[in-house]
Ligand binder design. Structure first.
Ligand SMILES: Nc1ncnc2c1ncn2[C@@H]1O[C@H](COP(=O)(O)OP(=O)(O)OP(=O)(O)O)[C@@H](O)[C@H]1O
Ligand SMILES: Cc1ncsc1CCO
Ligand SMILES: [Mg+2]
Length: 280
């Protein structure tokens, strides 16, 4: 395994992702708690958000969108129907889409829904480390929508990386991503760890939703979930590293992290700050 210093091969992967060469129209079915932050985060990186949950509009809307974000954060019977219908349509129309496993540790309803959505061959399935452990059938200490520090020990992270790699062998079209102090990005042929970010990212709500939406903006028609995942996580986490330098208090930190989403683009060499390791 390579070390966690700035890593040339990872940097080369993501170099081309920012700034976006066009403004992709990103359809989000997401939770009401963070929906405004998610929409603005997409606008700050020059993508176009559109939040639509009424399935009657899907046939026309799906002719217009470039990618789709399906977030399980606040489900209801109607939302469940919309998530499944959207996954089915994206799959049949070959529109890249991302599933965010928010709160999957809470109930069997969310767990079963995530498995149904997996059948539609998403480009990316992501969650925090505890959520991804539940999804992979491992024990998990997650509470509500947050991950547990006990799931972040190096043994637990190694165990999760192996479980995700096994999943990827059975689902070769999908990239599996677990976020936390260490982020794991796994596809059929690749395993990566990323180490940017600051612990305060776990202290305001919506960072997971935002990073999920950012990767949705970056998936392209060749459905490259791995590169989109690495670029989105690294970009947000380096924004947060910049923000922590100049702020005090969580509300200011939140504001400045979001502000940095629109500013870091101006640094042509932002990707040189990525710390990661690529497993052979
Ligand atoms: N302790 C940490 N150190 C560094 N970066 C972190 C840490 N915890 C989370 N992050 C970063 O914050 C972002 C969100 O990850 P996190 O695992 O908190 O998502 P989540 O729990 O799904 O978020 P949400 O609060 O929206 O539910 C990711 O980019 C991740 O790399
Ligand atoms: C707090 C919370 N509860 C359901 S979704 C959500 C936002 C974080 O994803
Ligand atoms: Mg969190």
């Amino acid at each position: 395994m390579e070390n966690y210093s700035q890593n040339d091969s990872i940097s080369k992967l993501v170099k081309c992702k920012f700034p976006l060469s066009h403004s992709p129209l990103v359809h989000c079915i997401t939770n009401e708690i963070t929906i405004e932050s998610v929409a603005n985060a997409l606008l700050y990186i020059n993508a176009k958000p559109v939040m639509v949950a009424d399935i009657r509009e899907f046939p026309e809307l799906f002719e217009q969108i470039d990618s789709l974000f399906l977030n399980l954060g606040h489900i209801s019977p109607e939302r469940e129907i919309a998530l499944l219908e959207a996954g089915k349509m994206a799959s049949s129309m070959r529109i890249p889409f991302v599933i965010d496993l928010v709160g999957i540790v809470i109930s069997k309803i969310r767990f079963d829904l995530s498995k149904e959505l997996l059948d539609f061959k998403p480009t990316i399935v992501k969650g925090n480390i505890s959520e991804m452990r539940t999804f992979c059938g491992l024990s998990s200490h997650g509470r509500g929508v947050d991950s547990a520090s006990s799931d972040q020990s190096s043994n637990s992270v190694d165990e999760l990386m192996n479980a995700m790699f096994e999943k990827a062998q059975n689902h070769p079209e999908t990239t599996f991503i677990a976020t936390g102090a260490t982020d794991l990005i796994v596809s059929k042929n690749s395993r990566l760890e990323l180490k940017n970010g600051v612990p305060e990212l776990d202290r305001f709500t919506g960072t997971g939703d935002i990073v999920g939406a950012l990767m949705t903006a970056l998936v392209e028609h060749e459905h490259d979930g791995l590169v989109a995942g690495v670029a989105a996580i690294s970009y947000l986490n380096i924004c947060a590293e910049n923000a922590i330098e100049s702020t005090e208090g969580l509300a200011d930190f939140r504001q400045e992290t979001l502000n940095q989403l629109s500013l870091l683009i101006n640094n042509e060499y932002w990707y040189e700050s990525i710390r990661g390791a690529l497993h052979a």
